[in-house]
Design a protein around this ligand. Structure first.
Ligand code: PMP
Length: 436
């Protein structure tokens, strides 16, 4: 009985979690993915396609699994499967107009997400500031904090479009003076995400030059999240900030096979940059993940090989995907515009942000609620209409959430039938609203 009482008393009472986890326990995706799974009939929430990846990519994976080379079931090189880093070096070398060493200037990661984590851990110290442009892919903030850094936010500010015109993601711009005011002695890095999730903004060359000049002037790093690099519309150009004057030496480019080849579940990502930066990412990688899935890397390598040969040609998947997605964007823009949920037309990505102001009467605000209105709206919409979307406030830091709380983000990387079903829900909703 002595033992028994001891074991009863042996419950831990002190806090178990490390201090670095303080204040970063909430995650929008955990909450909204669960809501979508429970209630949605049409899920335009989280960013992934509901159509299959291209056949050539699936066949490459199947081939890797069932082919002669059984070593594809074993560990491969820790910093990237050789065929994949080689073709990535070739491909990005061509895009950037410089010779890349596949062994030192490229590193493969478990999706872009791990690449981001490696960057913040490798470059950000206690007391360092990291500039983040709002709205931003939400993980940047907790990742900076976990590294001991301080995120410093600067917003894209919307300008009203000309009368009668729909707003474009290009109407959301940085104020140059405000941006410059965020750079100081403590600034270590800026995170750039172009094309931007959630707005779909594709930063223009001029906008990137402004950022680049500040990076050079203050000698800071640029973590360039370019996972949507192939998803640009209306003939817009994706400019790589690493190609601008003085930027190669201080930029890490981050990419994702998940977004590039419509296979988010494979979780293959990469970093491209100079060895002086990437060697520190390798230190992080070898002390955390170390190896990424070999067969998936083999398949992605073959996918890139194909795209390298077809670069810019009509048969290129990158060319075809952006064409198809532009069509899907236009459908969703039309659906939303027709019911008065004003879309902000994205120049890139597979996301679209829409203004819910005209639907406020259906979901009354609760004064003094801690929860931003758009979050309550999105929850109401999935529960009552079966349509899942993500509140824009999720892409702002805490104190700024309330300023941007009447927008929701839709993902349009969906089959035609899915987009049609969304359109039906919106049409019926509009009719119910107007008929007495
Ligand atoms: N960056 C951005 C801007 C994203 O939207 C995403 C995925 N939603 C990621 C990074 C993560 O990509 P991956 O799935 O390759 O980890």
């Amino acid at each position: 009985s002595h033992f028994l009482s001891l074991s009863v008393q042996a419950k831990m009472s002190r806090p178990v979690q490390a201090r670095r986890l303080e204040g970063i326990d909430k995650n929008i995706w955990v909450e909204f993915v669960k809501l979508a799974a429970t209630y949605s009939t049409v899920n335009l929430g989280q960013g992934f396609p509901d159509f299959p990846p291209p056949d050539f990519l699936k066949e490459a994976f199947v081939g890797a699994l069932s082919g002669e080379n059984h070593m594809l079931h074993q560990y491969t090189r820790a910093f990237g499967h050789p065929p994949l880093v080689k073709i990535l070096a070739q491909f990005f070398g061509k895009l950037l107009g410089r010779d890349l060493d596949p062994m030192t200037d490229v590193m493969v990661t478990v999706g872009a997400y791990q690449a981001l984590f490696c960057c913040f851990q490798a470059f950000v110290d206690e007391g360092d500031e990291v500039i983040i442009i709002e709205p931003f892919f939400d993980c940047y903030e907790p990742m900076v904090k976990m590294a001991g850094g301080t995120p410093v936010f600067v917003p894209l500010r919307p300008k009203a479009p000309k009368d009668g015109k729909l707003m474009s993601s290009a109407d959301w711009q940085l104020d140059p003076t405000e941006l410059a005011s965020k750079f100081n002695k403590r600034t270590k890095a800026i995170v750039l995400n172009s094309p931007n999730n959630p707005l779909g903004k594709v930063f223009s060359r001029g906008e990137l030059e402004l950022i680049a000049d500040l990076c050079v002037k203050h000698d800071i790093l640029c973590i360039s999240d370019e996972v949507y690099e192939w998803l640009v519309y209306d003939g817009k150009e994706h400019v790589r900030i690493a190609s601008l004057q003085g930027m190669w030496d201080r930029t890490v480019i981050i990419g994702s096979a998940g977004k590039t080849f419509s296979a988010t579940g494979w979780k293959v990502g990469w970093t491209v940059g100079p060895n002086r930066l990437l060697r520190h990412l390798r230190t992080m990688h070898q002390n955390s993940v170390y190896h990424c899935a070999t067969a998936a890397q083999e398949a992605v390598a073959q996918g890139f090989q194909r795209e390298f040969e077809l670069y810019g040609k009509p048969d290129s998947y990158f060319v075809q995907l952006s064409k198809e997605l532009q069509q899907k964007r236009d459908w969703l823009v039309q659906s939303l515009d027709a019911v008065g949920m004003k879309p902000i037309v994205p120049e890139g990505t597979y996301f679209l942000v829409a203004d819910i102001s005209e639907f406020k009467s259906d979901v009354p605000d609760v004064p003094d609620s801690d929860e931003p209105y758009d979050s309550r709206f999105a929850k109401w919409m999935v529960k009552n209409k079966g349509l899942a979307a993500i509140p824009l406030s999720a892409f702002y830091c805490g104190p700024h959430k309330k300023n941007y709380n009447h927008f929701i983000r839709f993902c349009f990387a969906k089959e035609e039938a899915t987009l049609k079903a969304a359109n039906d829900i919106l049409q019926k909703w509009k009719q119910d609203k107007t008929s007495p």
